[in-house]
Design a protein around this ligand. Structure first.
Ligand SMILES: Cc1cc2nc3c(=O)[nH]c(=O)nc-3n(C[C@H](O)[C@H](O)[C@H](O)COP(=O)(O)OP(=O)(O)OC[C@H]3O[C@@H](n4cnc5c(N)ncnc54)[C@H](O)[C@@H]3O)c2cc1C
Length: 252
């Protein structure tokens, strides 16, 4: 049983990202890149499934520049078995990423594809769903629990919705995206980091996979959020309610 986990390199959210003078792109020069936190949760879940069921291979895949090897090594240091780097320089939208991931899925034939529910940079919430649609596979998004049933032929997934927890059952193969409460990712151990250096990472050039790499989504402009104003201490709850009603006008 093989599990494929898609991981996205994202700018470290603790660092300051600037907008270019023409407002059309983010200036990421010198900004450290990390594994998208929801993808780390997806990797952790794949490792736990392998530990529980014994037989799984965990393969991690990323689409990005050669430097994204560092994010693959992070996942390999956590315990993933091997990596695939689909080399793509420049911008891509969810459809391009999902199309490239589909090619890797078709080649690797995993029983389960795990992704993060969102990437903390773009916030589109599309790659997992688009991939499932392209593969015509069942999907469960925002997973907070995954249980294997029938000797690994089906899974039961608790998924977080605005109304509470919804439980669904899916036949495998399937696509599942990880939510925050699915698990708490482990730290890579020093031996794990050493071992990761030797693990296989196969590099595939995106241009060889027969996908139209032209993004269909065009960014018209970026805008920085308004600077936050300083806080204000209020005397009591009654004053807070009055200010929310009369000054902020956020309650009726
Ligand atoms: C019900 C609901 C409630 C919401 N509530 C809130 C809220 O309260 N606050 C808020 O701020 N937002 C909220 N949102 C917005 C939502 O969280 C985000 O818009 C969305 O989840 C972000 O998705 P994304 O496009 O960044 O993910 P995607 O870009 O689709 O990424 C998802 C996953 O795809 C894979 N992937 C993506 N790119 C690559 C790559 N290059 N290589 C390999 N793998 C890749 C990774 O596994 C990644 O984790 C809500 C959305 C919904 C549906």
């Amino acid at each position: 049983m093989k599990i494929l986990v898609a991981i996205k390199p994202v700018p470290n959210p603790d660092e300051r990202v600037r907008i270019s003078a023409d407002g059309l792109r983010l200036v990421l020069d010198g900004v450290k890149t990390i594994v998208n936190p929801f993808c780390e949760i997806a990797v952790e879940e794949a490792l736990r499934i392998r530990e529980r069921l014994g037989t799984s291979e965990v393969v991690v895949v990323t689409v990005g520049p050669l430097a994204a090897d560092a994010q693959l090594r992070t996942a390999l240091a956590m315990g993933a078995d091997r990596g695939v780097l689909v080399r793509l320089e420049g911008a891509a939208d969810a459809l391009v990423i999902a199309g490239l991931l589909r090619k890797v899925v078709e080649e690797e034939s995993p029983v389960l594809v795990l992704l993060g529910k969102q990437a903390v940079d773009d916030d589109n919430n599309q790659v997992g769903q688009t991939l499932a649609a392209l593969l015509s596979w069942p999907q469960a998004t925002f997973a907070s629990r995954i249980e294997f049933l029938d000797d690994g032929k089906r899974i039961r997934v608790d998924r977080e919705t605005d109304a509470g927890i919804e439980t669904v059952e899916l036949p495998l193969p399937a696509v599942v995206t990880a939510d925050l409460r699915l698990n708490e990712p482990r730290y890579a151990s020093l031996p794990g980091i050493m071992k990761a250096r030797q693990k296989e990472v196969r590099v595939v050039d995106a241009a060889t996979l027969g996908i139209d790499l032209t993004p269909k989504v065009r960014v018209l402009s970026f805008e920085a959020p308004r600077a936050r104003k300083g806080g204000r201490i209020v005397a009591d709850a009654a004053e807070l309610v009055r200010l929310l009603r009369e000054e902020a006008r956020v309650i009726g």
